[in-house]
Write a protein that binds this ligand. Structure first.
Ligand code: PGA
Length: 253
């Protein structure tokens, strides 16, 4: 994946319900991403569709395949779970961990941390989701974010931190009507980069922070251009081909 491009993570969540629709959505999305000059994509379908989707392995590829979650053990008695090694074996290169919808189902920071380390150990990149539940003028969200970063990135070093992408997703903006405003995204993503820069002694330019939460065709381009994030994590609107097209074209302009 080229670092001079903006990254779009298409998080399909538990959609579409039928594999025929998933195949159509995948091929249309790939065409749109391949036509773009400024965007590279990580499409994250539900596990059951992963084996159906193949992407080119060329150095300049614009589309990669991601998974939406995993467990942290390699194999064993873990009914219903999928291990990082299984995902990597299927050609998956990225795995989302710590999505707020998983945290709502009971996933704690320690488990997010173990999953992140297991993803990296299997040679893939971890997309670690962080974000505050609410915001107020006292700035408590900054303390919350610092603590989440400390706990979720525990055990990393200067080298393997490069195998992590941070998706900053304020929980209150996910599945909502409005995204966060670009200026606040700018400030918060810089705050996140600064903490990681100080903690791991890695250049700000080598840290990748995406924004996620109610991104759509009306705000994608301004978020990218005004907030200086490295890309977007898109949920609902990654399922709408027309909207996806508008978002990509607006970023390309
Ligand atoms: P949304 O979801 O774009 O539908 O708000 C974002 C996400 O996957 O967290």
């Amino acid at each position: 994946m080229k670092r001079n491009k903006k990254i779009i993570v298409a998080n399909w969540k538990m959609n579409p319900a039928l594999s025929e629709d998933a195949k159509k959505l995948f091929s249309k999305s790939v065409k749109l991403f391949e036509a773009s000059n400024k965007v590279s994509a990580i499409i994250c379908p539900p596990f059951v569709y992963l084996s159906k989707f193949k992407v080119s392995n060329s150095k300049n590829k614009k589309v990669s395949i991601g998974a939406q979650d995993c467990w942290y053990e390699r194999s064993g008695a873990f009914t219903g779970l999928i291990s990082p090694i299984m995902l990597s074996d299927m050609g998956v290169s990225h795995v989302i961990v710590g999505h707020s919808e998983s945290r709502k189902r009971g996933e704690v920071d320690d488990v997010v941390n173990k999953k992140m380390l297991a993803v990296i150990d299997s040679g893939m990149t971890a997309i670690v989701c962080i974000g505050e539940e609410k915001r107020n003028d006292s700035g408590d969200h900054l303390t919350f974010l610092r603590d989440q970063i400390e706990k979720n990135l525990k055990g990393l070093n200067k080298n393997n931190i490069k195998k992590v992408i941070i998706a900053y997703e304020p929980v209150w903006a996910i599945g909502a009507s409005f995204a966060m405003d670009p200026h606040s995204i700018y400030e918060t993503s810089l705050f996140i980069k600064k903490i990681i820069n100080e903690k791991f002694k890695i250049l700000i330019n080598d840290i990748v922070v995406l924004y996620g939460g109610s991104v759509d065709s009306s705000n994608a381009s301004s978020i990218i251009k005004e907030s200086n994030v490295d890309g977007l994590l898109i949920g609902r609107q990654s399922l709408e081909v027309d909207s996806l097209k508008e978002m990509i074209e607006s970023i390309d302009r």
